[in-house]
Design a protein around this ligand. Structure first.
Ligand SMILES: [Zn+2]
Ligand SMILES: [Zn+2]
Length: 457
């Protein structure tokens, strides 16, 4: 990774000295000096070493540490016996931190294997934040990210992706307000959008990350200092940035297929972006298979297939993606495919009808006047994230067709509503009472969406 990092760095418009500024400061930061206690302390917890001095006073600790920057020791609090304080010399004064241990050592958010590591990191952070406070405050005002844009900054990655035989993503995004203001416009956009083209906005999925070796922020180009947890990494696309920079990065995550390991239980928008499609291929493939050979099957979606076989289909999708074989020769019983589709929808980390909009749909269903109710549902539908809306639209059109075969399959909008209600909608907070109450309304929402599919979508 160092090689590609260097080539990225070379193309930055910022000058080299700027980029190395924080890195050099980290090199200059005082090193930890462990002040050991001459005698063995009986009260010493086993996870501390000789740097533990027992119940000595704050003043005495101050005296012991006065010798050198970076000197540290641990003492037991005199006022609160059993609690421990890390005393650390920095900037010619002694700093005291309440020190905790729960298998790892910590004074704040970061957790360390050893007290020595904790002190190393603290000294780096203190030093950099003292020496470069102004620089850090201004760090994000001139981000390289905006100069170059995500695509060009990560050109190597993009080229790599293209080489794997996929079409270049068209980076057009739906404007949220535009969608709400003019459903008709959005509808046209959706209809005109070429198949297999994804243009959704997606937030990055940042997680605190410990980098090995020096790393530079891909947003502000500055060094990511510290011993551990120096920054955050997007687990979907691999973008590395400072924690403070992560709040400024636009929602332009382009998930890397190599990072999206599974198909099931993967966020809808993430999956769709990673595969550059409009809908998850599980939904497309299952529905196509069912329309091919299952429309007249009695109790379609109500009768369940063998759960081991459904599990099999799930594994096939996770393993083979769109190469998964779900044909009649692999699974003769269409209820297995229907079951896999239901499982896929139920297992989404964010349901098709999102947690955020759940109560909006439920409230809409409560409206007694049929026309107003339908309008309220329509309104709520338009607020769904594009990937969710597209999936729902496709599914409802399919379920509508299923009801046209009611004579054979005995399925109508009402009993499909019972099946798909809890699959597509889950309350943000599960509680037995609301769930029971809401079930009727969930059913109604889905039933209405099937019955009025042509008007609503
Ligand atoms: Zn990302
Ligand atoms: Zn940064």
């Amino acid at each position: 990774h160092c090689k590609s990092l260097n080539s990225n760095l070379a193309s930055f418009s910022k000058c080299q000295t700027d980029i190395l500024h924080l890195y050099q400061l980290q090199q200059e930061a005082p090193r930890p000096k462990r002040m050991t206690c001459p005698q063995e302390m009986e009260s010493r917890p086993k996870y501390y070493g000789r740097e533990f001095h027992g119940r000595i006073s704050r003043e005495y600790a101050d005296e012991l540490l006065a010798t050198a920057e970076g000197a540290y020791l641990i003492r037991e609090s005199q006022r609160q016996p059993g609690t421990h304080t890390l005393a650390l010399r920095f900037g010619h004064q002694t700093l005291n931190y309440r020190l905790f241990y729960d298998g790892k050592h910590f004074v704040g958010e970061k957790r360390f294997e050893s007290v020595h590591d904790l002190v190393t990191d603290a000294l780096i952070t203190l030093y950099i934040e003292t020496k470069a406070a102004e620089y850090i405050a201004k760090m994000t005002t001139n981000p390289i990210y905006e100069h170059l844009g995500y695509t060009s900054l990560l050109k190597d990655k993009t080229v790599h992706r293209l080489n794997r035989g996929r079409t270049e993503p068209r980076r057009v995004t739906f404007q949220r307000d535009e969608r709400i203001a003019s459903p008709l416009v959005r509808r046209t956009v959706l209809k005109d959008a070429p198949e297999k083209q994804c243009s959704y906005e997606k937030m990055h999925n940042f997680k605190v990350h410990t980098f090995r070796g020096p790393h530079w922020c891909e947003y502000c180009a500055n060094f990511m200092w510290g011993l551990i947890a120096q920054g955050v990494r997007c687990s979907d696309c691999g973008l590395n940035v400072h924690k403070q920079c992560s709040k400024l990065v636009p929602s332009d995550c382009q998930p890397d297929l190599r990072r999206i390991k599974k198909v099931f239980s993967c966020d809808l928008t993430t999956l769709v972006k990673a595969h550059n499609s409009t809908r998850p291929m599980v939904v497309d493939m299952c529905i196509q298979e069912i329309e091919l050979r299952g429309m007249k099957s009695e109790g379609l979606y109500r009768v369940s297939g063998f759960s081991e076989h459904i599990e099999d289909v799930r594994l096939a999708f996770d393993r083979d993606g769109d190469k998964a074989d779900i044909s009649a020769s692999a699974y003769a019983d269409i209820n297995i495919i229907a079951g896999a589709l239901k499982l896929y929808l139920r297992d989404l980390p964010i349901p098709v009808i999102t947690f955020e909009l759940y109560s909006k749909f439920i409230q809409a269903a409560r409206i007694p006047n049929a026309d107003t109710r339908l309008e309220a549902i329509h309104e709520s539908l338009l607020q769904l994230p594009p990937a969710h809306y597209e999936t729902l639209r496709y599914l409802m059109a399919h379920l509508k067709r299923v009801t046209l075969f009611e004579k054979y399959n005995l399925m109508n909008a009402e009993n499909l509503g019972i099946v798909f209600g809890p699959t597509l909608m889950q309350p943000p907070e599960m509680n037995a009472l609301t769930t029971l109450n809401d079930m009727r309304l969930q059913k109604l929402v889905v039933q209405l969406m099937i019955e009025h599919e042509d008007v609503l979508f």
